[in-house]
Design a protein around this ligand. Sequence first.
Ligand code: KG4
Ligand code: ZN
Length: 342
Amino acid sequence: MILLAIETTCDETGAAILEGPGVPRIRSSVVASQIDLHGRFGGVVPEIAARAHVRQILPVIDEALRRAGVTLDEVEAVAVATRPGLVGALIVGLTAAKTLALALDVPLVAVDHLEGHLYACQLAFPDRKVYPCVGLVVSGGHTSLFECWGPIDTIPLGGTIDDAAGEAFDKVASMLGLGYPGGPGVERAAVGGNRSAYGFPRPFLNDERLDFSFSGVKTAVLYAVKGQDGRGTAPPTSAVVADVAASFQEAVADVLIGKTRQALRKTGLRRLGVGGGVVANGRIRQRLAEMAAAEGVELFLPPTSLCTDNAAMAGVAFEKLAAGQVAELTIDVAAGLVRPGR
Ligand code: KG4
Ligand code: ZN
């Protein structure tokens, strides 16, 4: 079965052609980034994101079809991420998906973006058993832990109570003058920096709850860079930038690793699937691999192209189709995590 998948939850316009059944083969995956549009604002501007999706969605779908060597009349189902994300951005993808499903008279499948981020593990390792697992999604909008009994049977264990880890990377990068998106800039600046130069906070590490908080570490970085009143104007030296970047990255890594280890021990699950843009970070990947090895847990680390937002991960739709979960054309988007418990 040939499926067209669409992704417009935030600032990447994505389309992919996948071929199932079972774990689908990725025939093509096209992502049009909006980094150039949001860069000067230091973060994603929702209205700009939605308008850019409107401009890009049809060319991106056309390009995905072309690269896969597939014509529209060969598409047998259309999948789209309908939550969570920016409402204006989500609506563009859903409207395109509904229109195509109606015009082609094929099923429409609504997928959860975070289940998609975790399904990237299955796409990356099609011959391995990924589920049941603990799922960790670390992106610009989310830092969440899940107990995943299957690709579409995921129970939230905890999440951030304020900023997402990626958002903290972006804000710290902006304070250090490292550009947008911040993650790659902080990672580059951290090379050669001293990871223990600054003792930034590691919230909730000794707390039973499997939640995260990154606003405190962000404020601590502000004080380190601009002084205790946060108003210093002298730009930090390159040595300070490297030390702050390395210490910040290590604080985030400590928290992510600590809470994930706790989730593994609490659930007793022996597999760990991870996803989201922050998992593109080399130091965090290394720390995850070390922790998984020490815990004797099987780790699924997708390549970075499957960690950052893309439409292929909406291939989780094949699981929904197999379970008979086809969406009505009246379905709407949802900004937040909408998840009834089990
Ligand atoms: O998953 P994603 O592409 O989009 C969302 O769903 O949010 O994640 C984007 C986030 C941004 O905050 C970006 O700074 C961060 O992922 N990111 C990184 C790295 N590459 C991207 N964070 C740390 N290190 C990286 N190398
Ligand atoms: Zn994402």
